[in-house]
Design a binder for this molecule. Structure first.
Ligand code: FEO
Ligand code: CA
Ligand code: CA
Length: 699
């Protein structure tokens, strides 16, 4: 690959996204003061703390990342690619220009150049198709999508808007079929509805938006002679979960007086899920989904006079009078003046059993309440799930939950019920990181410290376990409901927007996407430190974490930065030490996933504003001599974000979220008409990519 020059910067909204994305996706979070105004330590302060490196050295507890991971068996697993790959559709024609051998196995495609093409661009030798679009019918009786005749009733049976997290499950007993689960994070009414009047939305528009949020479960069928996947509409497992679907609050805070409302005096039954961003899957076959920017849906925070409640709302970024979408005019539960506790019923990790269409999904209070980006479990040696999680806000925190019970194997109802209760009992922790280089070496310019690495050790600080609180001045219930405030008190480390978190299934090392934070180093905000080494961090970074003794339940870990993103020609970038003339530019890492070879795949959100080119999907080796060689696999259309990557042996899937969401783009005059073209409006869609010769991805 040829070296990349520094790309020209386009005008951008703070943080890189378009103003329209900021407005609808996160309620203009970046335009407001970061909600974490705690005097809480940032990493630079922590060196002097009682549990600092010095203390740990005395106790012999400090180990380097390499040493911590030393005991990890780096199993090669089933070497799928080493066996002659079975062609997917009997295709032939050899490798041609498809294979670039100078890369790790699984990443041997010719990288896609950064671009501004209004399409999904895939490597030479690869093909693509849309699996499912916003509005495609998935339930019995749902009509085909008609942009001019949208109704809430139709939308409730159709695939939702703005797909984000994706997962495919095998479907036992139905050959060639898989179960796709997708999150629908938010709606962009300006692109969805003609002549949308944001000051006066209609009831029908609001109810369509209610029905377009949430999750979809849809069975997809593999086409026999290609990599295509088609939705099987009306399959018995197909399901839409939206703003009016019944959910159950479970775990130690369920039933709390702070969760009770007029409609639900039990504090356990919630209607709906909101702003479901990324997620994860459990080893017992369920999906975890993060309720992220739930704050933006609630109106009249300004009328709340109780100082304790007002402080809690402020820490969660809930402010002002009318909400962006004005839902409070159509349902009192979105009006904080009328129903102050409804907001406490959002901001959780949701667990959905996609194989039981009649099940009531759970909101797990034991995993804490914040702007949950994602949640991905890993099992301890004795079978207890440990869930890693990020709070996607500037200067907020990384968390983990360690369950107290072990997963059971088997298929019976009792086993299923047991496993579905695993995330209700355990201990919630927040991360505090310590750097191993002198704080003076971090002036915000992103230069590597003299020891050659951004690295150090860390501590998981206990917040609560069952009904026991470890945070002074807060009950356990308060810790679960107002977890951000508990973490402030516990002295957690302020990070640059922790997004998706993914443990490697091969090494157990955990990768955290820290997407960006342009407030880092600003007057009155935390400055640069070893774990967040750039002021005005517009490109973000990826952190690699190894638990001590490879025990997911450990209370200590080692960490280092794996990538410091940006244009490789920018000296303030770092690609795990890999030569920068052979990597793709990458900015705003967001969702992360592993492929069957153990490579990390990273999708981005915000690159148009920071690199000038469209968001994209990248693969990067995390071990071996290609470690750090970032390679771009695809790019998405104008205004879109790349989400939900799934990388299987022979298919890559991405959720193309908010195509056409650029400044001044509207229903009447959208900046993209992907994927339908003509006079059609843009439609968020899931795309599948495969190799034309039928062989495995990237080998
Ligand atoms: Fe919905 Fe943090 O991205
Ligand atoms: Ca260092
Ligand atoms: Ca995300």
């Amino acid at each position: 690959m040829r070296p990349h020059r520094l790309l020209p910067l386009l005008p951008r909204h703070d943080g890189g996204r378009s103003a329209l994305t900021c407005r609808f996706k996160c309620g203009d979070a970046c335009a407001h003061e970061a909600p974490n105004t705690s005097g809480n330590a940032y990493l630079g302060d922590v060196v002097a703390d009682a549990l600092s490196r010095r203390t740990m050295l005395r106790t012999g507890a400090v180990v380097t990342l390499a040493a911590a991971a030393g005991g990890i068996a780096v199993t090669s697993g089933t070497d799928v690619a080493a066996a002659a790959p079975e062609p997917l559709h009997g295709g032939h024609g050899g490798h041609g220009g498809t294979v670039d051998p100078d890369a790790a196995k699984g990443l041997r495609f010719r990288p896609v150049e950064p671009n501004t093409v209004d399409a999904v661009v895939v490597p030479e030798g690869y093909a693509q198709s849309v699996v499912i679009r916003w509005g495609d019918p998935i339930l019995r009786g749902a009509p085909a999508f008609d942009q001019a005749r949208q109704t809430a009733a139709a939308q409730a049976g159709q695939f939702g808007y703005n797909n984000d997290f994706l997962h495919l499950f095998d479907l036992p007993g139905e050959r060639g079929r898989q179960v796709l689960v997708a999150n629908h994070e938010y709606t962009d009414e300006i692109l969805m509805f003609p002549a949308y009047d944001a000051a006066n939305p209609t009831r029908e528009q609001v109810e369509i938006a209610w029905a377009a949020h949430g999750l979809s479960v849809v069975v997809v069928e593999e086409e026999r002679h290609s990599g295509r996947l088609y939705p099987v509409s009306r399959h018995g497992l197909n399901r839409r979960l939206h703003t009016r679907t019944a959910f159950r609050l479970t775990g130690p805070a369920a039933g709390s007086p702070l969760l009770r409302t007029k409609a639900d005096p039990t504090g356990t039954k919630v209607l709906g899920t909101l702003n479901n961003c990324a997620g994860g899957t459990t080893p017992w076959g369920t999906v975890l989904s993060g309720e992220e920017n739930f704050n933006q849906y609630f109106g009249n925070a300004a009328s709340v006079t109780d100082p304790v409640t007002a402080e809690r709302l402020k820490r969660y970024g809930i402010a002002g009078a009318a909400s962006e979408r004005k839902w409070e005019r159509f349902d009192d539960r979105f009006d904080l003046a009328k129903e102050p506790n409804e907001v406490n019923r959002f901001g959780w990790i949701v667990e959905l059993d996609p194989f039981d269409p009649d099940s009531t999904p759970r909101k797990h209070t034991a995993l804490g309440r914040f702007k949950h980006e994602a949640a991905q479990p890993r099992l301890t040696d004795d079978g207890r799930p440990v869930v890693y999680m990020g709070d996607d806000e500037r200067f907020d925190y990384m968390y983990k939950f360690v369950a107290s019970k072990a997963m059971r194997h088997g298929t019976g109802r009792a086993v299923r019920e047991h496993n579905l209760s695993l995330l209700d009992e355990g201990t919630l922790y927040v991360a505090r990181l310590t750097g191993d280089s002198p704080a003076a070496e971090f002036d915000g310019n992103g230069k590597l410290p003299s020891d050659g690495e951004f690295d150090g050790s860390g501590e998981w600080i206990k917040l609560a376990s069952g009904t026991t609180s470890f945070v002074e001045g807060m009950t356990a219930e308060e810790v679960y409901l107002f977890t951000r405030m508990a973490a402030d008190k516990a002295g957690a480390t302020k990070m640059d927007r922790p997004e998706d978190v993914e443990p490697s299934p091969r090494t157990g090392r955990v990768y955290v996407a820290l997407t960006n934070n342009t407030n880092r180093g600003k007057a009155g905000s935390a400055g640069a430190d070893e774990a967040n080494p750039r002021s005005n961090n517009k490109h973000g970074h990826v952190l690699e974490l190894a638990e001590f003794f490879d025990d997911p339940a450990a209370d200590r870990f080692a960490w280092r930065l794996f990538l410091v993103a940006g244009d490789p020609a920018d000296p303030a970038t770092y690609f795990a030490g890999f030569p920068k003339d052979d990597v793709s530019p990458i900015s705003c890492p967001d969702n992360v996933a592993f492929d069957p070879h153990g490579n990390l795949w990273i999708s981005t959100d915000g690159a148009p504003g920071t690199l000038g080119t469209h968001d994209a999907l990248f693969g990067v080796a995390v071990k071996g001599d290609k470690r750090g060689q970032v390679r771009q696999f695809l790019s998405v259309p104008k205004g879109a974000e790349t989400c939900g990557p799934i990388v299987q042996d022979q298919r890559v899937l991405v959720a193309v979220q908010h195509p056409g969401e650029t400044d001044a783009s509207t229903y009447e005059n959208p900046s993209s008409r992907w994927p339908d073209g003509g006079k059609r409006i843009p439609r968020p869609s899931v795309v599948v990519v495969w190799r034309k010769d039928g062989r495995d991805i990237g080998v």
